[in-house]
Design a protein around this ligand. Sequence first.
Ligand SMILES: [Fe+2]
Length: 411
Amino acid sequence: MNIQTKVFLGLCFLFLSFSPAICQESPHAFYLTWTEDPTTSIDVDWHTDEESPLQLKVRRKGNEEWRSLESAVLPYPFSERTVHRVAVRGLIPATEYEISFDGGQSVYYFRTMPKDLSTGSIKIAIGGDSMHQKEWFEKTNHVVTSYDPDFIIIGGDMAYENGLADNIERIYAWFDAYSKTLVTDDKRILPCIVAVGNHEVVQGYYRNNEGYKQTDDFRRRLAPYFYGLFAFPGQPGYNVLDFGKYLSLIILDSEHSNPIKGDQTKWLNKTFKDRKDVMHKIPIYHVPGYPSVRNYDDLVQTLVREEWTPIFEKNGVKIAFENHDHAYKRTYPIKEMEIDQSGVIYVGDGSWGVAPRDIHEVEDTWYLKKAQAVRAFTLLTLEGSHFSFISVDENGNVIDSFPESPLAPLQ
Ligand SMILES: [Fe+2]
């Protein structure tokens, strides 16, 4: 070996030893979501022990060349772990991109959403109350991934850690389950949108916390994991995600880290006003206005009906997703507190991975069209201006469909 070869090999060794893109280890967990238009972006988090910025490698599927993007390093609440976050922007709609967190040893991929729904459709797996037991969460996840949805939505009560440091193992378990079972067999990661529930928040509801103030700092103290580990909805805990001009997901906070009345409801009115031409406007929140299990007249349920549902009715909402009750339900279309074909259908009721509860008698409950004590999620399909859905239990049985007959007109 001549001296030039030795120098060359030595330099290669140094490069391999110190290049962060090559030395990176596999993360504890990862999480994909959106904070901007899902047709052209993705927000990638991964959790490690590394305190310095790391590189996320990204390339369009089929391309040779990787692009490296440096992470922002954020604190992981109550943990030595760190959150590495990269906002990927300027992507092409309806396109698959590969990513690697560990210098290329494991390659996953995601896909951006279509520019419009004129030629295609999107499928969303929606539910809530995901993890009383990790095994239940994972069991439903396996059914969810088998349907190959574009992404998932969990409307509150993700890990049941109640915002407490002592319950951090539940948060680790939730992200571990996400990273292992909300990934398809060919390694597509399903991006996730979440809403806040009572089990993200210390004592469940802002009003139970003395001296509550509607500030970022107070909300972060009430729900440290929710604000620290989920980039969306982020502060102030409610937000809207616009997919081109065809879909707006409206994520609300049902009294957990924000009051329903006041700023949030004002924001909701303005959000609809600014989106008059959007085809599909879908609210998602935790406590149901039309409960399948709990009391119709309880405080938060009543506030949802008094403050929000009239706004949904006035602004062309056709379907809203509710959670918290740990059962499956679908209401009749409702307008002004009566069954009305031009009204809003409420689907829920948060039973992705929890122990189901006994339901109200369907026949004796004026708003319930269907209800069942079962672990389940709903697979919503948006196609042009139409929507349809099926609801599926943890064993893969279809327990409901809308429209009920294939011959019935779509909404
Ligand atoms: Fe709940």
